[in-house]
Design a protein around this ligand. Structure first.
Ligand SMILES: [Zn+2]
Length: 241
């Protein structure tokens, strides 16, 4: 079937749009530039460690101030190529990328996916959703839900304020920007209480959005909130840009 589909709709590179042969949907030279995150990472925030460490080690930033979520993991370090992958998903709506990307995320967050009761995406504000027509994080969440036993609930969280785009803001600016911007929908409170929630987003930058969502979920009684993203800035908790 894939072969016939390939004849009708030849595979296009997720980044350049050129035709590519075989599975993967990326040119080999771009593949080579992707940086997959592998152990060892901080057991809490998932920041990669430069050197080998004992199992379940926590980074200095998490020791100094634990994040609002329990664990965060990501498939890729945020860089030139992973950024283009995120943009292809976000602005070109490349749904054909979902299976591949969710597969990478499921590997990076295998424990999180296995432990989760409910999978929930970071929501867009209603107005932005209407403008774009879709929420790429909800797409990733749905693709992940197909790989595990957890229940998908795309409308658990509500973005109550249309926050300005985060790019260019400092870590502190980002934190203030999303503070109190999320809440659990009253009709979904039962789904959250005493449940382990896996929060899904495309990118983790400073972690401000993930933390704001996690706080809202914990206020609603979630017993655990893990965060799984496609890409992440390597050491967001140590960042001060
Ligand atoms: Zn950490």
């Amino acid at each position: 079937m894939a072969g016939i589909a390939g004849l009708i709709w030849p595979q296009r590179s997720l980044i350049t749009g050129r035709e590519v042969a075989g599975p993967g949907s990326l040119e080999p030279e771009l593949w080579a530039k992707l940086r997959f995150i592998s152990d060892p990472v901080c057991a809490r925030c998932g920041t990669p460690f430069e050197i080998a460490v004992e199992e379940a080690q926590i980074c200095g930033a998490c020791l100094a101030g634990p994040p609002a979520y329990d664990r965060a993991r990501a498939a890729l370090e945020y860089g030139e190529v992973s950024r283009d992958l995120v943009l292809a998903l976000k602005y070109q709506g490349r749904r054909d990328a979902l299976d591949l990307l969710a597969g990478w995320m499921a590997l990076a967050g295998a424990d999180l996916l296995q432990d989760a009761d409910v999978i929930a995406p970071v929501p867009l504000h209603y107005l932005r959703l209407v403008r774009r027509g879709f929420n790429q994080s909800a797409w990733l969440a749905a693709a992940l839900a197909r790989r595990g036993a957890a229940r998908l609930a795309v409308d658990v969280l509500k973005r109550t304020r249309s926050t300005p785009i985060q790019g260019g803001l400092s870590a502190e600016g980002r934190r203030r920007n999303v503070q109190g911007a999320f809440r659990v929908r009253r009709s979904r409170e039962k789904l959250v209480k005493d449940q382990k929630i896996l929060l899904v987003d495309d990118v983790l930058t400073t972690g401000a959005t993930a933390e704001a969502c996690s706080r809202a979920l914990k206020r609603a009684g979630a017993s655990c909130v893990d965060v799984l993203t496609l890409a992440r800035v390597a050491a967001p908790r140590a960042l001060s840009i």
